[in-house]
Design a protein around this ligand. Structure first.
Ligand SMILES: C[S@@+](CC[C@H](N)C(=O)[O-])C[C@H]1O[C@@H](n2cnc3c(N)ncnc32)[C@H](O)[C@@H]1O
Length: 289
C-alpha cells in the first residue's frame, strides 16, 4: 500500500483526534516531519511524495505513543524554543513558549555586544541560558541543576549549538557554593506548581514530566523562598534578576524579593496576558557623598 505525505497527515490527524488529543493537526504534522524526514514546507509543496514502509512503521509507532498521551517532544526528541532547537527527553521539562518572556526581557536589558555573566538556576535542557547566549556573543553563563540527567541533556544542547565554550553546566543545589556579588544577571524557571495540583494536570505533564521540575511544595512557593535571598546574594550590585512564576503568584513572589532587598520589582505578563515573570535589581552600592 502506498501512502503519500498528505494522506499520512490526514490519517494521523484523524487517529489522534479519535484518541482525544488536543491539537491533533499540529501534533500529526510534527511527528510526520520526523518520521518521513521532511520539512513542514515539503509537506505542503510536495504532498504526493510517498513514504517508505519504514517511514510508515515509524509514524505508526509515534502515533501509538502519542495516543497513550506521551508528549510529542518526548516522542520526536526535540522542541523549538525562541530561535533555537533543543534536544529533550523525559528527564527535562519540555521548554514552554511562556518561558520566552524571560529571554525577551533579558535581551531588552542587555545590548547585543555587551559582555556579561549570567546564572540560570534549574537550567533543565538549557532552555533560557542557551537561548540568551545564542543571541549575545560576548556573554558567558553558568547553568545549575539538581538533576544529573537534565544536565546531560543541557550539555548535549550546548555542544550542538556551539555554545559549550561559553556555557558551564554544573550539578548543584540552587546557589550552594557560589560566591556573593558574582553575576550581572540571574534567571530561573523554578518548580512552582503546588504539590496537590500536580495530580490534576494533563497526563502529558503529571506522568511524563519530572516531578523535580514541577513540584513547588504545598503552596508552590517553596523554591522562591530559598531563591529570593540567594539570588540577591549572588547578583552583583546593580545586577538584574528574572524568574518565571505561576499565573497567580505575582504578589507573593514580588513580596519575597522585596523582603530580600530587591529594587524595581515588577511583573511582566505573557502573550496570554497571564502574570509570568517577576523582575528586579539588586540595588547598586550607595556612593559616599
Ligand atoms: C521548571 S524546570 C525549568 C527547566 C528549564 N530552565 C526550562 O525553563 O525549561 C525546573 C528545573 O529546576 C531543577 N531543580 C529543582 N530543584 C532544584 C534545586 N534544588 N537545585 C537546582 N535545580 C533544581 C529541576 O531539575 C528542573 O530542571
Amino acid at each position: 500500500m502506498t501512502l503519500t505525505l498528505v494522506k499520512a497527515w490526514t490519517a494521523a490527524k484523524d487517529r489522534l483526534k479519535d484518541a482525544g488529543i488536543d491539537q491533533p493537526s499540529i501534533d500529526a504534522r510534527l511527528m510526520l516531519e520526523v518520521a518521513a524526514g521532511v520539512t513542514r514546507t515539503e509537506i505542503v509543496t510536495d504532498p504526493y511524495r510517498e513514504l517508505s514502509a519504514e517511514q510508515i512503521a515509524t509514524l505508526n509507532a509515534y502515533l501509538e505513543r502519542r495516543a497513550r498521551r506521551e508528549p510529542v517532544s518526548h516522542i520526536i526528541g526535540r522542541k523549538g524554543f525562541w530561535k533555537i532547537l533543543l534536544q529533550v527527553n523525559k528527564n527535562v521539562l519540555t521548554p514552554r513558549p511562556e518561558t520566552e518572556v524571560i529571554v525577551d526581557e533579558v535581551l531588552k536589558a542587555f545590548p547585543e555586544h555587551m559582555a556579561f555573566s549570567m546564572l540560570d538556576l534549574g537550567v533543565g535542557s538549557g532552555t533560557i541560558l542557551l537561548a540568551v547566549l545564542a543571541e549575545r556573543p560576548a556573554a558567558k553563563g553558568l547553568g545549575i541543576d539538581a538533576s544529573s540527567e537534565a544536565l546531560a541533556v543541557a550539555r548535549e544542547n550546548a555542544a550542538n549549538l556551539d555554545l559549550n565554550t561559553r556555557a558551564a553546566l554544573l550539578h548543584g543545589d540552587w546557589t550552594t557554593g557560589l560566591g556573593s556579588d558574582s553575576f550581572d544577571l540571574v534567571v530561573s524557571n523554578p518548580p512552582y506548581i503546588p504539590t496537590e495540583v500536580i495530580d490534576t494536570l494533563e497526563p502529558e505533564v503529571r506522568i511524563h514530566e519530572p516531578r523535580l521540575a514541577l513540584d513547588g511544595g504545598p503552596d508552590g512557593l517553596a523554591a522562591y523562598r530559598e531563591l529570593a535571598p540567594e539570588i540577591l546574594r549572588v547578583l552583583k550590585p546593580g545586577g538584574l534578576f528574572a524568574v518565571e512564576i505561576g499565573y497567580d503568584q505575582s504578589q507573593a513572589v514580588e513580596a519575597l524579593f522585596r523582603a530580600a532587598g530587591a529594587g524595581e520589582v515588577r511583573t511582566v505578563k505573557d502573550l496570554s496576558t497571564h502574570d509570568r515573570v517577576v523582575l528586579g535589581v539588586k540595588n547598586p552600592l550607595e556612593t559616599p557623598a
